[in-house]
Design a protein around this ligand. Structure first.
Ligand SMILES: [Zn+2]
Length: 292
């Protein structure tokens, strides 16, 4: 029998945000691409989310759902019973309107007060919809700075999950506090790693949906991590909309959608069969880790 501390922990996270969202010059919130249409769409997100949640049920897996509050509101308005569908999963926050907090694309960084106002409002909306405590946060574009972290800490979040760190000798997938930002907020970072050809790769599944990677490369990464990150957490991330539309907002062909769903299914089924790993929600991992 494998002892618990020798396992690799794996979390499956979903960033539930508008279809093909993109930051826009001159405004804080995100729009769906092409941004010239000045619109937010969630049709692909809705279909992708339904499929992803079905698959998670099929394989009996609990996930962490990072909801953009505006998207959650739109999905509920569209008749989706999010509280019931999300019941077994962790509900976390992915901002109010996918704000470009740092102003990297908008050109207008947000000040502390407006960041706090938007994250506070997002949490309020999610608590109202789901009736649960929101513990985790993932920033839009996975971009955080000292100000965002300070706000998260003040609002009582238990952890952030926005940073990307290279898995290996320096980091074994363990939580750490955001001391670099003068904060004691815990970080559950996303892993980056090398593929078989030495090329850098992330645990976001977008490259599969864009036809640039195959599912076995992600499983190989987990097998590698199982050796170098015992006791650590390997977080997968998925944008549900990406099953149906590409990052420019163009719908995939039926054939491509079928392939995307097969790939998603294949990753989950293979993870389920992999020895020496344990799949769990991010909040559960952090709880276990803190009580150790
Ligand atoms: Zn996002």
């Amino acid at each position: 029998m494998t002892k618990n501390h020798e396992l690799l922990y794996v979390a499956i996270s979903l960033d539930i945000d508008p279809d093909a969202n993109s930051a826009v010059e001159g405004r804080h919130d995100a729009l769906s691409s092409p941004v010239g249409h000045d619109k937010i769409r969630v049709e692909a997100c809705k279909r992708g989310l339904q499929k992803a949640l079905e698959l998670l049920d099929v394989y009996d897996l609990d996930a962490t759902l990072f909801y953009e509050a505006r998207t959650a509101q739109m999905l509920v308005a569209d008749g989706m019973d999010l509280p019931t569908l999300s019941e077994r999963h962790e509900v976390s926050c992915h901002s109010l309107k996918h704000e470009d907090f740092l102003g990297k694309v908008s050109g207008i960084p947000m000040d502390e007060k407006s960041i706090e106002k938007s994250i506070d409002k997002a949490t309020e909306i999610l608590v109202e919809i789901f009736g649960r405590e929101i513990k985790g946060f993932r920033a839009p574009y996975t971009s955080i700075n000292r100000t965002v972290v300070k706000v998260l800490e003040r609002l009582g979040f238990h952890y952030d999950s926005s940073e990307t760190v290279t898995l290996g000798t320096g980091w074994a997938g363990k939580p750490y506090s955001l001391e670099a930002f003068d904060s004691s907020l815990m970080e559950l970072a996303l892993p980056s790693f090398r593929d078989a050809n030495g090329k850098k790769m992330s645990s976001y599944l977008w490259a599969i949906f864009e036809g640039r990677r195959i599912s076995s490369e992600y499983i190989d990464a987990v097998l590698q991590a199982r050796d170098v990150a015992k006791g650590g957490l390997f977080i997968f991330s998925i944008h549900p909309w990406h099953v149906y539309v590409d990052y420019r907002g163009n719908p995939f062909s039926n054939n491509q959608v079928k392939k995307n769903l097969e790939n998603l299914d294949s990753i989950l089924s293979q993870l389920k069969l992999t020895q020496g790993i344990h799949i769990l929600r991010q909040d559960k991992y952090l709880e276990n880790w803190l009580t150790k």
